[in-house]
Design a protein around this ligand. Structure first.
Ligand code: CCH
Length: 296
């Protein structure tokens, strides 16, 4: 049932902590990205390489993070992946430096590292993905289209293909969109969701509930802007979380309870990165120390 076996031939934990540290140090050193951090775009790469999974896919094109197929032009050219080459290029030196490290492992580890270094929760992670060829590139239109504004659509992606519950999809989208921003030259949308786009927070949920969101008056795609500062944004798909009453109760829960929000996110993000992969029992989930915890 659309599951691939991860390799049992993995490095010891300390080696992966070294790769984590390398990525984290590069994140700390390179600040020439819009809000001063490549962290958000690394999180987006980890999500987009995993989010192509389709649990019902009858073909061989299963998607998910296993095969590292976004290294191919064919997958990079999916319009939803516009702007992610930056993140791939950021991580590429570690692919060369560490032998026997697959793209799937590198890109998902990059997302885990970014979440933790941007003050997020600890994300359990397992290695063993393998690079596969062009025939493993998933079809387009599996990643969500932000212009869709119905609960049915959001559920068709996150439940239908990825197998998450309402609560889990609210958590993933809202914590994901605490980070970073939209770029006109990538997606056609513009601006950040929160005032602290380089910190993992539950602010998305608070802002979504508390602000008065109006359709932005501009020549670009339909998006929403907050009436008080006009500097924040929401996508049509984000607004669904407020409008759909079954989603909204979780938005309210996560706006009130940051601790629950972070522990649920840690669990669901970890499972997102492992969709469609079966790990051998010998591979235990790894939890990495942040640079700060190591005094680095
Ligand atoms: Fe997202 N996201 N995302 N997103 N996303 C965009 C940017 C980020 C959707 C659309 C967009 C998740 C779910 C969804 C991040 C994390 C997550 C952009 C702008 C669009 C459009 C891209 C650009 O222009 O650069 C839609 C639609 C959905 C679901 O309905 C989930 C889940 C996550 C992670 C858990 C992050 C982080 C960014 C910022 C990237 C950056 O470069 O700053």
């Amino acid at each position: 049932t659309n599951v691939r076996e991860a390799s049992a031939d993995i490095k010891p934990f300390e080696e992966y902590q070294k790769i984590y540290n390398d990525i984290a140090e590069k994140l700390r050193e390179e600040d020439d990205r819009d809000d001063g951090s490549y962290g958000p775009v690394l999180v987006r790469l980890a999500w987009h390489c995993s989010g192509t999974y389709d649990q019902n896919d009858p073909s061989q094109n299963k998607g998910g993070s296993y095969a590292g197929t976004m290294r191919f032009q064919e997958e990079q050219n999916d319009p939803e992946n516009a702007g992610l080459k930056v993140a791939q290029d950021f991580l590429e030196p570690f692919k060369t430096k560490y032998s026997n490290l697959s793209y799937g492992d590198l890109w998902t580890l990059g997302g885990v590292c970014a979440i933790q270094e941007l003050s997020g929760p600890k994300i359990k992670w397992r290695p063993g993905r393998k690079d596969l060829g062009l025939d493993a590139v998933p079809p387009y239109h599996r990643l969500p289209d932000a212009s869709q504004e119905t609960g049915e659509y959001v559920r068709s992606v996150f439940n239908g293909r990825l197998g998450f519950t309402d609560q889990e999809m609210v958590c993933l989208i809202g914590v994901g969109h605490a980070l970073g921003r939209c770029h006109v030259d990538a997606s056609g949308y513009d601006g950040p969701w929160t005032f602290s786009p380089t910190m993992v927070t539950n602010d998305f949920f608070k802002l979504l509930l508390d602000e008065d969101w109006k359709i932005r008056d501009w020549d670009g795609k339909k998006q929403y802007t907050d009436s008080s500062t006009k500097s924040l944004m929401m996508l049509p798909t984000d607004m669904v979380l407020k409008k759909d009453s079954k989603f909204r109760k979780y938005v309210e829960l996560y706006a009130k309870d940051e601790e629950k929000c972070m522990s649920d996110f840690a669990d669901v993000f970890s499972r997102l990165l492992e969709r469609g992969i079966k790990f051998p029992n010998s591979t235990k989930p790894m939890v990495f120390k942040t640079l700060e915890e190591q005094g680095l």
